[in-house]
Design a protein around this ligand. Sequence first.
Ligand code: PLP
Length: 363
Amino acid sequence: AFNFSPGPATLPEPVLQQAQAEMLDWHGVGASIVELSHRGPEFMQVAHETEADLRTLMAIPDDYAVLFLQGGATVQQALIALNFADPGQATDYVITGHWGKTALKQVTPYVHANLAADGEPGGFRDIPARNSWRLSDGAAYVHYTANETIHGVEFRSANGCDIPDVGDVPLFADFSSSIASEPLDISRFGVIYAGAQKNLGPVGVTVVIIRRDLLERAGQPRAGIFDYRAHLKGESMLNTPPTWNWYLLGLTVKWMLAEGGVAEFAQRNARKSALLYDTIDTSGGFYCNEVATAARSRMNVPFFLHDSALDAAFLQESTAAGLISLKGHRVLGGMRASIYNAMPEAGVQALASFMRDFQQRHG
Ligand code: PLP
């Protein structure tokens, strides 16, 4: 089947096959990598190679630290305020969907979070124009969500909604659902974080990329386990790390490099999303996606049938055709096709022809 699930993990088939082959005996050691000490030479090799490969894949400069942490993206949403906003310092939030709202909620116990721009009055169908943002003086950072997984709204480097310019204030971004989907100029950011479970591998490990000079900020009083500096010093092993997830992330990154890297995935993702939006837009209103064209996500395509009475038939027939997990998020309803790096072009082609065929039969 082609799996259009938004998560909790979308892994490419070759990665799953390799993991299966290595499950009982990793590289002839006689044990699985999950059973070996995280401080032993075998797992240390996995950890170091994974970081080196991710740095190559994403062209991460040396003046950025890379951490592999637990707690998902949501925990990082709280930790960024604890680590990088000094007592009394404001933080700025640009909200373009559900996850931006979550990010703001996580910091309100600690710091003043200013709602600098809000797409909600427009139903999260577009990115508020940069000249409408109300940024605070002396903010610790400006935070935005690069791709809103539920609302299908993306800051797209190729389409006029580029990385926002916020002057000298560090830009923090949640890249959970679009990391490594296209080339990205990391040097434009203070912090990038992403739960691995969309493009990078399985749920359970979160990548945090931090410009090193920011680690000198005092931040708020916090326990060591909430301290990014301590995590860096402890090589992301302050407590027992999620070794299995980290290992699978490593295999996924190696697969992306072997496939041609982020430039190649950018092309595939552009073709896949263009085909799907074209199928929707040329359906004469049978299907619709209401997001402004320039802000349409290349990773998550929410869409509605003109008559919601057809939803059940659409889901039943698509599942029978081997196109699974198309049900939309409960916040929006309708359908959603998540088409991360691991989704082959053949999967999107199959979905597009199914949609045309369904329209002919039910239109
Ligand atoms: N941010 C975005 C953009 C997401 O898509 C998600 C989950 O889907 C999250 C944050 C929350 O991630 P987690 O469940 O890893 O905390």
